[in-house]
Ligand binder design. Structure first.
Ligand SMILES: NC(=O)c1ccc[n+]([C@@H]2O[C@H](COP(=O)([O-])OP(=O)(O)OC[C@H]3O[C@@H](n4cnc5c(N)ncnc54)[C@H](O)[C@@H]3O)[C@@H](O)[C@H]2O)c1
Ligand SMILES: O=C(O)C(=O)C[C@@H](O)[C@H](O)[C@H](O)COP(=O)(O)O
Length: 544
């Protein structure tokens, strides 16, 4: 929001009878905000009821008064503001709402069931736009207004069969959402939606052409997949529940084969879809299954760990591990959407949350230094993360911003280079050693922890070769350890590590390739075939 201008927290639009006032008041109450209804404020301003004003001065005069009042409220009111049904049809109000959205505002289209809304609109009476055959008038107006509402709103809330309280909670969750749009060459555009209740978008993202959905998840996230299943059934999908082994044990060819067999048994065709719910291992597997079943069907990721939210679920790198190494089999296959529902973090154990901070910090080092600043400022609170007290705490907003920023860094790289021919490799900062550690530790080390040590290793290597100074290497150690992440590793020999680093996907022929910082955070370069003594010496330095 621009400094100096007060803006509404949300503006609610919708048809007559959609429940804008009732739901708006409830949202304001839930969020401890004030509420204003444009029609009531107009009546106060003109000193008469709207039907009387219509009769005396006509609709054009009313629309003028209405547009002026809305323009004033958009710049001088900080609560929940609901507009009259026809207000968004006025071009100057459309422009004002577009400015408001550009400034971070939320225009919520409250989309009620037509029968429920018509009934409510008729019940109140006193609506000049419904004179005559009220139902026919309502339907006609709906036809004109619905496409405009969809166009001017940036939040679309369907409220069919919901009580005002349920609808208000949905609105509240959705206005708190952050969305990162993913597009680029070879990418069917999609959104990453981040926020409490993001999973509610499942049916919208899957669309109405899908009939069957395979819900792939692990046992520790059962309660979140139960929610996904309920949402899918409410959306009319036939749901096939597929529980896979947890963590890296699920990213195997045997598990993939079991899932393919199940899809065959259940008669999955190209018009069916996969939904992956869980940590990065589950979303990597779900994406891999979607990419390979019948050479590619639609899939949606619902990440439930911090790491999966900030990294694994977005960008379309899908895959499994094999005897040869980590993630060596897979494909680039883009999801139809990613729903990072932060409510799921309430069950996330502290150590798995901290692990996710490894990829967050990585994104700060490679591009967005504001991430590093936020991590420094909130290191103690982040390190003490407790799912039980997370929702509604001050930390929730900090984590929401970190997820949005980290996903944005990822999206910049993916959009520019989906198939990892250059820029995307920078996302692999810290991974050359990181993947080797994971493999040598038989995946008992968590991915984000291994990446943290790998980032220190990459910093040491860059320093040995004169790209960064000692201060920046020290900064890597200080920041990562302040977050509770490991910065050293002693679990294997240099020769074993070197052999695995040669199998890294960035390597070419018998030449190692790394990505390292050049000078300062945010400046990345490719390092081709670095001198063997520097590779070894950097390793020695992360061993203590
Ligand atoms: N495709 C990509 O671009 C990409 C990017 C980064 C990482 N990855 C992959 O992601 C994996 C790491 O992801 P991860 O760190 O989420 O590990 P993970 O998937 O192994 O999850 C860690 C543990 O947390 C549990 N868990 C997840 N969410 C939970 C919740 N809300 N409540 C309770 N328990 C929960 C999981 O069941 C698991 O036991 C690795 O396999 C890595 O290679 C892929
Ligand atoms: O999306 C990418 O590209 C990345 O490199 C993101 C990494 O953080 C992630 O760990 C990814 O799984 C690594 O992929 P890999 O190609 O090194 O297996």
């Amino acid at each position: 929001m621009r400094r100096g201008i007060i803006r509404p927290k949300a503006v609610i639009i919708g048809m007559m009878g959609a429940g804008k006032t009732r739901v708006g008041k409830e949202v304001a109450h839930l969020m401890h905000l004030s509420f204003a209804d444009a029609d009531i404020e107009i009546e106060r301003e003109v000193g008469m009821k709207i039907p009387a004003y219509f009769e005396r001065y006509g609709e054009p005069a009313f629309r003028e008064v209405e547009a002026d009042l809305i323009a004033d409220y958009l710049e001088d009111f900080d609560g929940i503001f609901s507009l009259g049904g026809g207000a968004p049809m006025t071009p100057s109000t459309q422009d004002a709402l577009a400015d408001y959205i550009a400034d971070g505002g939320r225009v919520v289209y409250l989309d009620a069931d037509p029968h429920e809304a018509m009934e409510r609109a008729n019940r109140g009476g006193g609506r000049p736009m419904l004179n005559g055959d009220a139902n026919a008038r309502w339907r006609k107006l709906y036809k004109q207004r619905d496409p405009v509402f969809r166009e001017v709103a940036n939040v679309h809330v369907r409220t069919r069969r919901q009580t005002p309280q349920m609808a208000a909670r949905k609105v509240m969750d959705m206005i708190g959402e952050r969305t990162v749009h993913v597009t680029g060459s070879g990418i069917e555009p999609y959104d990453v939606v981040i926020g409490e209740g993001a999973m509610n978008h499942l049916a919208d993202v899957l669309g109405d052409k899908v009939a069957k959905v395979a819900l792939i998840h692990t046992q520790p996230v059962q309660r979140h997949s139960d929610r996904a299943r309920t949402l899918l059934r409410q959306g009319g999908y036939d749901v096939v529940d597929i529980v896979v082994p947890d963590a890296e044990a699920g990213k195997t060819v045997d598990v993939a084969n079991g899932v393919w067999t199940r899809l065959g048994d259940e008669g999955f065709t190209r018009s069916d879809a996969i939904v992956g719910v869980g940590g990065g291992a589950a979303t990597d597997l779900a994406g891999f299954i979607a990419a390979t079943w019948m050479r590619g069907i639609r899939y949606v990721n619902c990440p439930t760990s911090l790491l999966a939210m900030v990294d694994a679920s977005t960008g379309g790198k899908t895959g499994i591990n094999t005897e040869a190494g980590k993630n060596l089999v897979g494909s680039f296959y883009t999801p139809a959407g990613v729903l990072a529902d932060t409510k799921t973090l309430a069950s996330l154990p502290n150590d798995i949350f901290i692990e996710g901070l490894g990829e967050v910090a990585k994104s700060g080092f490679i591009e967005d230094t504001e991430i590093l600043r936020i991590l420094e400022e909130h290191a103690d609170e982040l390190r003490a993360f407790d799912g039980a007290t997370f929702l509604g705490s001050g930390l929730e907003d900090v984590v929401g911003e970190l997820i949005e920023r980290t996903v944005t860094v990822k999206v910049h790289h993916v959009s520019a280079d989906l198939k990892e021919k250059g820029k995307r490799e920078f996302l692999n900062y810290g991974h050359t050693l990181g993947h080797a550690i994971e493999k040598l530790e038989h995946f008992r080390w968590r991915h984000g922890n291994a990446v943290a040590v790998g980032c220190v290793y990459a910093a040491e290597l860059a320093h040995r070769l004169g790209y960064i100074d000692q201060e920046l290497v020290d900064y890597h150690r200080a920041l990562l350890s302040s977050l509770g992440l490991p910065i050293s590793w002693n679990g294997g020999s240099f020769d074993d590590v070197l052999a695995l680093m040669h199998k890294d996907k960035k390597a070419r022929g018998n030449k190692l390739r790394f990505v390292v910082l050049d000078g300062t955070p945010g400046h990345m370069i490719h390092l081709e075939d670095p001198p063997a003594d520097a590779v070894r010496e950097a390793f020695r330095r992360i061993q203590h």
